[in-house]
Design a protein around this ligand. Structure first.
Ligand code: PGA
Length: 258
């Protein structure tokens, strides 16, 4: 008997994306070990990318040459060049073949006072150099408890939509509830899906390509909760912090996205 597998249509065509956010962790030796283990385990059905600290990016790029995994940075400047001590521009990242850049991670919003407009400007700079911005949005615990989740994520995304116009379709969005980051408290698949559906609807009002856009979930994603999160209709993969530092855990999450 011949079983015909029909190609999934519409939103099911979105290939899942799993992004490791190493944050300010690692060393050249530890990174080499992690990369070797991941390269030996992959490739996966899902697309996989690693966002490493700036000084290690060239090492990571070299190590991943010829591998299916992509790499990205954790931030970029809103400017192309100039007197911005300590900053790294999207143009510089692009020179090395960088594919992704995180913009507006909650740790940068909270600890580096990055506001909605700056985050949007950074995403614009990234796109101008053909990097794919992964724009992070998410509410704090106080905001969730005050019933402000929807308003907060909509406001954060709205700034990016207004700044990018029709180019909004070229970004990846990551919903990361701040209370779930590094805390071991994951949003339930239903809680996450509810916000993802809201973000998708907001994108739909801005672009006809919203159905093809990826919206990642982040916040204490682990090997044992990844599959249930990734099974949700509007969750197109994950942004993984802590668990991306251990090859076996990260590989299991990548498999769960397959
Ligand atoms: P976590 O971090 O997986 O350690 O919660 C996610 C993130 O901050 O991107």
């Amino acid at each position: 008997m011949v079983i015909r597998v029909t190609e999934p249509k519409g939103q099911d065509m979105r290939r899942k994306l799993v992004v490791g956010n190493w944050k300010m962790n690692g060393s050249r030796a530890a990174n080499a070990e992690l990369l070797a283990a991941l390269k030996a385990t992959g490739p996966w059905i899902a697309e996989v990318a690693l966002c490493a600290p700036m000084p290690y990016l060239a090492d990571v790029a070299l190590s991943l040459q010829g591998d299916a995994m992509a790499w990205g940075a954790q931030d970029c400047s809103a400017f192309d060049s100039g007197a911005y001590t300590g900053e790294v521009s999207a143009a510089m990242l692009a020179e090395f073949g960088c594919r992704y850049v995180l913009n507006g991670h909650s740790e940068r919003r909270a600890m580096h006072a990055e506001g909605d407009q700056l985050v949007a400007d950074k995403a614009k700079a990234a796109l101008a150099h053909r990097l794919t911005p992964i724009v992070c949005v998410g509410e704090t615990l106080a905001e969730r408890e005050a019933g402000q989740t929807d308003a907060v994520v909509k406001r954060q995304l709205s700034a990016v939509i207004h700044t990018l116009g029709h180019c909004i379709s070229q970004i990846v969005v990551a919903y990361e509830p701040v209370w779930a980051i590094g805390t071991g408290k994951t949003a339930s698949p239903e809680q996450a899906q509810a916000v993802h559906a809201l973000l998708r609807a907001q994108l739909k009002a801005a672009t006809e390509h919203a159905g093809d856009m990826k919206i990642l979930y982040g916040g204490s994603v682990k090997a044992d909760n990844a599959a249930a999160l990734f099974a949700q209709a509007d969750i197109d993969g994950g942004l993984i912090g802590g668990a991306s530092l251990k090859a076996a855990d990260f590989a299991a999450i990548c498999r769960a996205a397959g």
